[in-house]
Design a protein around this ligand. Structure first.
Ligand code: NAP
Ligand code: ZN
Length: 349
């Protein structure tokens, strides 16, 4: 074991603060990574404040990790010291269940999340990327295309894959009309991917001030979702809608915008249940589903796609000391469009 610096919260109501955590020594199949940037996902905030239940304190959030390999175990074949590497929301799974065999580790019943999961090797809970370094089994380490800006690449590890995966699953392709609800971290990646896949992209936002940005990011149309006339103009027309909203909202209003057999997928995970009008689904045989992150192979596919198409997140780079302020800004939908922590700032603590 060795000690490394981190930012952690001691309770649902305490701010993140500097601390020291233990990491395991590098085992045979492990890669040790010096963390260079870590994105701030709204899930970090939900978890730190125990909005979903089940948070164990102290918690070190962070699952959008990019960095440089500093050590490898004797059996590691994919990485060497000095390589760029990335880690997303998962750090382990059982490798043997049908989900793992299908490359869908995100559904493995024994999957280990990057933070706030029981740590099978050290005991206690896993600690995330708001820290100097992390040790991860090489099968859960991703390769970064060399052309991508590192600060902007970090958010691909969660916001990227969480929007890429359902769009692939629901066949977002050229000629499809696709809606993205909420222009935050996930939403702006959803817009970039839907545009890159050739779809006609419509952004639904509560923030009129984001209209120009939405077009720049790849939207063909922008709807201010509080304007019922604008909403009604799109009734029954969407093939697919991706809902990324982190708070309570009227999802039935979006279901009614789907065409026959259209699908709306929730990736946003509000604290409280959403009310669904049965008729909005019945009339039109529409479907409502959800989607969690993506498997390791698909995450690599997404990163490679981003390398080829030069796609990264639009980030505001902040020092770790501004993490608490960033959380408050997330709650006000005031992020353009992902905070990425420059982890060099942790060395000053
Ligand atoms: P974010 O950056 O805070 O973006 C959320 C966006 O939702 C806001 O920017 C805002 O966009 C819109 N919004 C916020 N409050 C709203 C309200 N009351 N009514 C309507 N719209 C509202 O958050 P994020 O990091 O993208 O995460 C979004 C959600 O996805 C979170 O719940 C997070 O936990 C979840 N998530 C799920 C997965 C998964 O695997 N399924 C993975 C990562 C994150 P506008 O200003 O454009 O309205
Ligand atoms: Zn996330």
């Amino acid at each position: 074991m060795y000690n490394t610096k981190a930012y952690s919260a001691g309770s649902a109501t305490s701010p993140l603060a500097s601390s020291t955590i233990a990491r395991r020594d590098t085992n045979e199949h492990d890669v040790q990574i010096e963390i260079l940037y870590c994105g701030i996902c709204h899930s970090d905030l939900h978890m730190v404040r125990n909005e979903w239940g089940g948070t164990v304190y102290p918690i070190v959030p962070g699952h959008e990790i990019v960095g440089r390999v500093t050590k490898v175990g004797a059996a590691v074949t994919k990485y060497k010291v000095g390589d760029l590497a990335a880690v997303g929301c998962m750090v382990d799974s059982d490798h043997t269940c049908p989900e793992c065999k299908a490359g869908l580790e995100q559904f493995c019943p024994n999957m280990t999340l990057t933070f706030n999961s029981p740590d099978k090797q050290l005991g206690g809970m896993t600690y995330g990327g708001y820290s100097d370094s992390i040790v991860v089994d090489e099968s859960f380490v991703l390769r970064l295309p060399p052309n991508l800006d590192l600060a902007g690449a970090a958010p691909l590890l969660c916001a990227g894959i969480t929007t890429y995966s359902p769009m692939r699953h629901w066949d977002v392709t050229e000629g499809k009309k696709v809606g993205v609800v909420g222009l935050g971290g996930l939403g702006h990646m959803g817009v970039k991917f839907a545009h890159a896949f050739g779809a006609h992209v419509v952004v639904f936002t509560t923030s009129p001030g984001k209209k120009d940005d939405a077009h720049r990011l790849g939207a063909d149309e922008v709807v201010i979702s509080r304007n019922t006339d604008e909403m009604a103009g799109h009734a029954g027309s969407f093939d697919f809608i991706l809902d990324t909203v982190a708070a309570d909202h009227d999802i039935s209003a979006y279901i009614s915008l789907l065409r026959r057999d259209g699908n709306i997928t929730l990736v946003g995970a509000p604290e409280k249940p959403l009310a669904v009008s049965a008729f909005s689904l019945i009339l039109g045989r529409r479907s409502l589903s959800g989607s969690p992150i993506g498997g390791i192979a698909e995450t690599q596919e997404m990163l490679d796609f981003c390398g080829t198409h030069n796609i990264t997140a639009d980030v505001e780079v902040i020092p770790i000391q501004k993490a608490n302020e960033a959380y408050e800004r997330l709650l006000k939908s005031d992020v353009k469009y992902r905070f990425s922590i420059d982890m060099a700032s942790l060395k000053a603590e």
